[in-house]
Design a protein around this ligand. Structure first.
Ligand code: AMP
Ligand code: MG
Length: 317
């Protein structure tokens, strides 16, 4: 199957494939018409750049200009893995890939299928998440199929993504480095290796990382974050309003009530919350809930990424 995917990529096709973060929709990075197809299939705005996926350090040289020593230390610690680094780009990288930016975002995935596909192809693959633009990222084969069946030239099968959130993005073209998007590699982990500043305010961040300004991660039901303190009252209000409710609880108790049609309880484990977040969004759609009540986390560790996704899924950021 992977060999077939590589043949399709070589012919200018687009292939959805599993990674450890979320499923990606890939095309050969140097094939402009294939890249155009990625944007078209997803309905992705042209000013939202793609992440370039590589399988070895030689491929980094094909797309990135100079790589600072501090970035090499991050690479040593976190690659292959859920960390994307932004560098000055090589001229050969089509402007379409970087949405006209002079920089390129690069990641080396740690997933057997993704690695093998890129290695066999022998060149980098540009890939955004395998979902229609603005919708939750696909983290399971079923979600990728729901979003892209008949649109992508092939969808490679894999297990549910291990992390379930998009990669952490760090800008390595500024000093100190800056976090552009929180993800499964936490700011605390990064700062143990090199100094990385927290995300800039929304306005500045949107300039630097254009994708941040678009609608993102939204299922076709309301996503309502509730803190532990608001939890009980918030759920009772929804029940009284006669809403059909789905619930994602980090650790708050979930009342038994016929209005609550499904609940996921993560027993205090943020990694499970992250992993199941988007598949729960897809489930909420299938169950036709009106509101998905999601428990807020703290904003440290993995909580920073979870809060980023649930506030944006709720349309509040
Ligand atoms: P997605 O593939 O949907 O996870 O989105 C990729 C995200 O990576 C974009 O929305 C940007 O926020 C970020 N990104 C990609 N390329 C760059 C770049 N050259 N500079 C800054 N951020 C980038
Ligand atoms: Mg995406």
């Amino acid at each position: 199957m992977i060999e077939k995917a590589v043949r399709i990529l070589r012919r200018g096709g687009v292939v959805a494939f599993p990674t450890e973060t979320v499923y990606g929709l890939g095309a050969r990075v140097f094939d402009e018409s294939a890249i155009r197809k990625v944007f078209k299939v997803k309905g992705r705005p042209g000013d939202n750049p793609l992440i370039v996926h590589i399988s070895d350090m030689k491929q980094l040289e094909l797309v990135a200009g100079s790589v600072p020593d501090r970035a090499k230390r991050l690479i040593k610690h976190f690659w292959p893995g859920p960390l994307t680094l932004v560098f000055h780009k090589k001229k050969s990288v089509p402007d379409l890939v970087t949405a006209g930016l002079p920089t390129v975002a690069v990641r080396m995935p740690n997933h057997a299928v993704a690695k093998r596909m890129i290695r066999l192809l022998g060149e980098p693959v540009a890939a955004p998440s395998a979902n229609i633009s603005g919708r939750p990222s696909a983290t399971t084969f079923e979600s990728a199929r729901q979003e892209l069946e008949g649109k992508a030239d092939m969808i490679l099968k894999g297990e549910p993504s291990r992390y379930g959130l998009e990669s952490t993005v760090v800008d390595c073209t500024v000093s100190p480095f800056r976090l552009l998007r929180p993800g499964s590699v936490t700011l605390e982990q990064l700062n143990k290796i090199v100094k990385v500043r927290p995300m800039a305010s929304k306005a500045k961040g949107a300039q630097k990382s254009p994708g941040l300004k678009h609608k993102h991660y939204q299922p076709n039901c309301e996503v309502l974050p509730l803190s532990g303190a608001e939890w009980k009252k918030g759920l009772i209000k929804l029940i009284k309003a006669g809403k059909k409710i789905g619930v994602l609880s980090l650790k708050a108790p979930v009342p038994k009530d016929p209005h609550i049609v499904f609940s996921e309880k993560f027993r205090g484990r943020e990694s499970q919350y992250a992993k199941k977040l988007y598949s729960s969004f897809y489930r909420a759609e299938k169950e036709h809930v009106d509101v998905l009540a999601v428990q807020s986390t703290g904003k440290t560790g993995l909580g920073l990424a979870i809060m980023d996704r649930i506030t944006r899924a709720g349309g509040k950021a």
